[in-house]
Write a protein that binds this ligand. Structure first.
Ligand code: ATP
Length: 315
């Protein structure tokens, strides 16, 4: 027996049987990166957007904590104590003072180290699944607090939608725009990019120490979201990490060029890359752009996606 966790429903219920949670990937419609802080994080001002590329985590009762997986990254991703799923389950068990006992299975679609926050998505899914399995009954905000210790993007992936992220990305304020579905093409690369390496490259390009200019709030992007016009949103997309990702992976400029030639409204590197995302006018246009990108042979695969999507949900 499972019950979905509705958007305004802060108190998830205990679930007796296996719990299946679906969690989206994120892209950043705006990613402003400020100075490196004393705690080692960069100050961020970002607009997160959850898209319809999902990982799925199933949690069952067990006598120990065990993790298995299939799909993207199987055989490559460590399933030991370093995995964010195991770390999330242990963190929740500690907070709830319950034994961290569960059999977890991940079906992964979000590529590894792709700039789509797959690891944080899995951590968010684990927090919700174990909360339901163990009946710990934490609110979304309490789960987000536990999640923020695991990764900056985890609180957003519990909330989903489109949201402003500040601090190092962990402080979330939902953006209330008129309901609009945006259509994207996601160009998935062969191999990942290390997020810390991309931030280091940005610092190097900026000739660190980066002058502490205040981070501007993404007003243009927020106004564009309200207008519901793809060409207006396309013109407002921005990613401060893009030059660093392009510097480490120059071939990404061919992907961006191919997306432009395929007729995308706009394109940019997703987060720290190497995934690139392209805005399309509608679902059919997205299919066309994806087909042309795949034909151009500049990426491993190109898939369509919609956004915004809800965050981690029991299904
Ligand atoms: P972000 O955009 O949040 O920086 P990313 O999409 O670039 O993330 P992820 O796939 O989230 O990259 O993960 C980066 C690294 O985290 C992986 O290379 C892997 O070593 C580690 N990791 C730990 N647990 C997981 C997990 N469940 N899924 C993916 N990566 C994980």
């Amino acid at each position: 027996m499972t019950e979905a966790w509705g958007p305004d429903d802060d108190k998830p219920r205990r679930i007796a049987g296996p719990v299946r949670v679906r969690v989206p990937a994120k892209i950043n419609l705006h990613l402003g990166v400020g100075p490196l802080r004393a705690d080692g994080f960069h100050e961020l001002s970002t607009v997160y957007h959850a898209i319809s590329l999902f990982d799925e985590l199933t949690a069952r009762r067990g006598d120990t904590l065990a993790l298995t997986m299939e799909g993207e990254g199987a055989g490559e991703l460590e399933l030991d104590e370093s995995n964010l799923i195991i770390r999330a389950a242990r963190a929740l068990a500690r907070k709830a003072r319950v034994p961290a006992h569960a059999r977890l299975h991940l079906r992964k679609t979000i590529p590894l180290a792709g700039g789509l926050a797959g690891g944080s998505a899995d951590a968010a899914a684990t927090l919700l699944a174990c909360d339901l399995l163990w009946g710990t009954g934490f609110s979304k905000e309490e789960l987000a607090e536990v999640g923020a210790e695991l990764g900056s993007d985890v609180p957003f992936l519990l909330h989903g939608g489109t949201a402003l992220g500040t601090g190092h990305g962990e402080a979330i304020s939902p953006i209330l725009a008129r309901p609009t579905t945006w259509h994207w093409v996601v160009a998935i690369a062969d191999g990942g990019l290390s997020t810390p390496a991309v931030y280091r490259e940005l610092d190097r390009l900026r000739d660190s120490p980066w002058p502490p200019t205040p981070l501007e709030s993404p007003d243009e992007l927020m106004a564009a979201l309200r207008q519901r016009k793809p060409e207006v949103l396309g013109a407002a997309l921005a990613n401060d990490l893009q030059p660093a990702a392009l510097s480490l992976r120059p071939a990404l400029s061919d992907v961006l060029k191919a997306g432009h030639e395929a007729g995308a409204v706009a394109g940019l590197v997703s987060g720290s890359g190497p995934t690139c995302v392209f805005l399309a006018t509608d679902a059919r246009h997205a299919e066309q752009v994806a087909a042309l990108l795949a034909e151009a042979g500049v990426c491993r695969t190109a898939v369509t996606a919609r956004g915004p999507m809800p965050g981690a949900r029991a299904v």
